[in-house]
Design a binder for this molecule. Structure first.
Ligand code: BG6
Length: 486
């Protein structure tokens, strides 16, 4: 078991403590960090929000660990939860009011007087961006942006902005209040173990890295499919859409890790700059982007409603819940290799993977796949002779599965990123330059959109997504259903 790399006491202060992201990601991560004994002896988790009383909040926190959370499947220890509860506080209030900030400041100072840690403060913003101007202004006015007895840092969720110009405006807001070394711009895909491992796999194994080259590769494919809809997030999602919700951030970071050059040294900035260089080099054409929106259909044997019937969605909304696109990177290694990407909600299955498709007699005979989730692992598909007297060739799959590696010890992305922020490790966070480069790629696509096509929930997206790749004489690689199932 690893031990904590930071020993100083801290307070973790959550804005939007009754929100979906805190529930889905933050509370399970905090529980797991505590369970792995990676927190120091003294720490305080202070959730803020309007909705709950203290008791209701504890139930909400506990429920987040036991509900049907696809990333948090293991059971929880009730006695341990009770001991963790001693470190959890709920501060009720309305963060649009100045009084909330002064009272929070007083509260944190009182905790310090009682001997509880509040000198080092990490704020987490799980809030709609529209609230940022009020939040940042008031954090500064109340003095909460600095701590008299330690450090203050802030974790800001993606997406930042909804275009290059709005991202710049938001960034100015952040940097007017906080110094750059206090700001941690969070894209949780950068904390995913399996994505981080792509770099180790590529750069530590010459046998593969030498083959991952335009000379041997036919194309690269990224699939990020979800077999669920937008849940209760209609008001956020309808103004955002799939391309901006996951394309501008998670997907572009996956492209970067899969195709960037090897950092020349282990300096943190070198790695971040390689990601940036790659994102800056990305090219696509608006006509090579397909948008889709789920209509009523059947997912996992259940009838599900269409996007337009979801709560808080405009009746005639053309928001994309799916996109597919073809892009190219320009670096010496992958120049000319098409990258096909598809991502969306209410698709046939839940799977995220990156596949390198090698040139072979038949498209798809030789494929190296990084399964990001679920059943995390790496698989190599090749052809082999079927046992017997006649020569019959058939595909076989060789796989490495995380669940058999290090007794299946695993870290959720948020666990890693929260610990990174405490320890001020910055490589798995975005710089404002990276975010701007991502918007430079996305903006022209939003300005010149192809129409949004309906697809049946439970399918693999609209026909146009198939046409996009099939007109190039290729097809989407079907995710391997038995991947790391044993
Ligand atoms: C979030 C998006 O950033 O990432 C969600 O807002 C999406 O729409 C989620 O479902 C996917 O994250 P993960 O870790 O569940 O793959």
């Amino acid at each position: 078991m690893q031990t904590s790399s930071f020993e100083s006491p801290f307070s973790f202060i959550i804005f939007g403590g009754s929100g979906d992201n805190s529930y889905q990601k933050i509370y399970p991560a905090l529980y797991d960090i505590a369970e792995k004994k990676l927190f120091p002896k003294d720490f305080a988790i202070i959730a803020t929000g309007r909705k709950y009383t203290h008791e209701e909040f504890y139930d909400f926190f506990q429920h987040s660990l036991t509900s049907d959370n696809r990333h948090h499947k293991h059971s929880i220890d009730n006695d341990f939860f009770k001991s963790l509860q001693e470190h959890i506080y709920f501060f009720p209030g309305d963060n649009t009011k100045m009084s909330f900030y002064t009272e929070l400041n007083d509260y944190l100072n009182q905790l310090t007087k009682k001997g509880l840690p509040s000198g080092n403060r990490l704020f987490y913003l799980g809030l709609p961006q529209t609230l940022y101007p009020t939040v940042f202004k008031n954090l500064k006015k109340s003095g909460l942006h600095t701590s008299p007895h330690g450090w203050t840092r802030i974790l800001i969720e993606k997406p930042i902005g909804s275009s290059l110009s709005s991202a710049k405006r938001y960034d100015k807001l952040f940097t007017d209040v906080f110094k750059e070394d206090q700001i941690f711009r969070l894209d949780h895909y950068l904390g995913k173990e399996t994505l981080e491992n792509i770099m180790s796999f590529r750069f530590e194994n010459n046998i593969f890295e030498d083959l991952l080259h335009s000379q041997f590769l036919d194309n690269i494919q990224i699939t990020a499919a979800e077999n669920f809809g937008i849940d209760k997030r209609g008001s956020f999602y309808d103004g955002t859409g799939a391309l901006k919700d996951v394309g501008q951030n998670h997907i572009l970071q996956m492209v970067a890790l899969a195709t960037m050059g090897k950092p020349k040294d282990s300096n943190d900035n070198t790695l971040v700059n390689e990601r940036l260089r790659l994102i800056k080099s990305l090219k696509t054409r608006p006509s090579d982007v397909v948008y889709g929106q789920y209509a009523k259909g059947v997912v996992n044997g259940k009838i599900v409603k269409g996007y337009l019937q979801e709560d808080h969605v405009k009746p005639k909304s053309n928001t994309d819940t799916f996109f597919a696109l073809k892009a190219y990177v320009s670096n010496s290694r992958f120049e000319g290799v098409p990258i096909y990407i598809r991502a969306g909600k209410q698709l046939e299955t839940w799977v995220t993977e990156i596949s390198y498709i090698f040139k072979s007699q038949k498209h798809g005979d030789n494929v190296l796949t990084f399964r990001i989730q679920p059943n995390e692992g790496i698989a190599l598909k090749f052809l082999t002779k079927k046992p017997g007297f006649t020569k019959m060739i058939e595909p076989a799959i060789m796989q490495f599965c995380y669940k058999h590696f290090h007794k299946g010890e695993s870290f959720d992305a948020y666990e890693k990123l929260i610990l990174d922020a405490f320890s001020a490790r910055r490589t798995s966070f975005n710089t404002s330059e990276e975010i701007e480069a991502e918007w430079r790629f996305i903006d022209p696509l939003s300005r010149d959109r192809t129409p949004t096509r309906f697809y049946a929930a439970g399918s693999w997206g609209p026909q146009e997504a198939f046409d996009l790749i099939e007109k190039d004489g290729r097809y989407w690689i079907e995710p391997y259903a038995a991947f790391c199932q044993i």
